[in-house]
Design a protein around this ligand. Structure first.
Ligand SMILES: C[S@@+](CC[C@H](N)C(=O)[O-])C[C@H]1O[C@@H](n2cnc3c(N)ncnc32)[C@H](O)[C@@H]1O
Length: 344
């Protein structure tokens, strides 16, 4: 973990859960306990006034984090009129103040949910987004299809380019345990967080530039996944959480169209994949058609597909390396996933 960045806070101890009445029984020289529901209302009001988009949810997540209880338990405590200690109330007030300053919620809890996982995150690493969970789903579907065509002993080699916290690599390692998963990341700060998430899952993490493919990796992977940087130069993210707290290396793709890194990922994938190998990369909606055209114009690629996120936006492109006859099976359109196959 980067030396100047504090480790994420450990979950607080179990809440003492005194009743609200106990607040009145505190000795005069000790700060009083506070009713949980009042504290939550105050926290939500403060976050709402600061313009935080989902103030009540954030207040509940922070309170649950401070108390070391699941959110459902917190709700029960609030309804039952339970109180929290003065120390817990003070800790929550401090975290709410930081959140009101638009420090990302995930930096305050030290955790980011991603599919079935809770990833360790903090300053210096990109916070995984819900749309990337969809990219993982499409990749996992593709892996399942490929596996169905191969002997049971098949152990697919998968690589995640620009892994950040390790989100895509971790999801694939956890949900397709027979895969041998590798992850590449350039930033030393991000690698420190990725290590926490990937080592326990047996993922091989490589601190290196995704644009430089070692000779021994050429034509050796079955599947490449990537959510590379893709924001065009000169564009500024609207949300302060992103603008101030996500690392620049994770955001800007290079060039006026932001496509330098997405193109680099496609170039790397072509070298990394076996014939019939499959890659997917995430991108902005506005970049979908140009990336599909780019892949379609490449004679070494086939079965170019655009994939949509849960809100119906074109947010990922996949393709198969090698001639169509060599290609492995490709995930068919699934209406639930909004997968849209490109046709020539
Ligand atoms: C948009 S973030 C995505 C992180 C992660 N895949 C996710 O979805 O949460 C892009 C990541 O690519 C990394 N990156 C940028 N340029 C790179 C390069 N040349 N080689 C390797 N990684 C790079 C960034 O540091 C960042 O972690």
């Amino acid at each position: 973990m980067p030396a100047h960045h504090p480790a994420p806070a450990e979950p607080a101890h179990q809440a003492a859960e005194p009743s609200a009445n106990q607040a009145a029984e505190q000795p005069a020289n000790q700060p009083a306990n506070q009713p949980a529901d009042q504290l939550l209302d105050q926290a939500a009001a403060r976050l709402g006034a600061a313009g935080v988009p989902s103030p009540r949810v954030d207040a509940e997540i922070l309170a649950a984090h401070v108390l070391g209880v699941p959110r459902g338990r917190l709700a029960a405590m609030a309804v039952a009129g339970s109180a929290v200690t003065a120390e817990q109330a003070e800790k929550l007030t401090d975290l709410v103040a930081e959140r009101a300053d638009r420090v990302p919620l995930q930096h305050l809890t030290g955790l980011a949910p991603f599919r079935h996982l809770e990833l360790r995150v903090g300053p210096g690493v990109f916070i995984p987004r819900p749309e990337t969970e969809q990219v993982a789903q499409v990749a996992l579907d593709q892996l399942a299809l490929m596996a169905a065509q191969r002997p049971a002993s098949w152990r697919p080699r998968v690589i995640d380019l620009g892994t950040g916290s390790g989100a895509l690599a971790a999801a694939i390692a956890a949900e397709h345990p027979s895969a041998e998963v590798h992850a590449v990341e350039l930033s030393a700060q991000a690698v420190a967080w990725a290590e926490l998430n990937l080592v326990p899952l047996g993922v091989a993490l490589h601190q290196r530039d995704l644009r430089e493919v070692p000779e021994e990796w050429e034509s050796s992977f079955d599947l490449v996944v990537s959510n590379p940087p893709y924001i065009p130069a000169g564009m500024v993210p609207r949300e302060e959480e992103v603008r101030v707290h996500d690392p620049e290396l994770a955001l800007y793709g290079g060039g006026a169209d932001g496509l330098t890194m997405p193109h680099a990922v496609i170039a790397a994938a072509k070298r990394l994949l076996v014939p019939g190998g499959w890659f997917i990369l995430e991108h902005a909606e506005s970049q979908a058609s140009v990336l599909a055209e780019h892949c379609r114009a490449d004679e070494s690629l086939t079965q170019v597909s655009t994939h949509q996120d849960l809100t119906g936006r074109d947010r990922a492109t996949s393709a198969v390396t090698g001639a169509a006859a060599d290609a492995g099976p490709v995930a068919e359109q699934d209406p639930a996933l909004g997968v849209e196959e490109w046709r020539a």
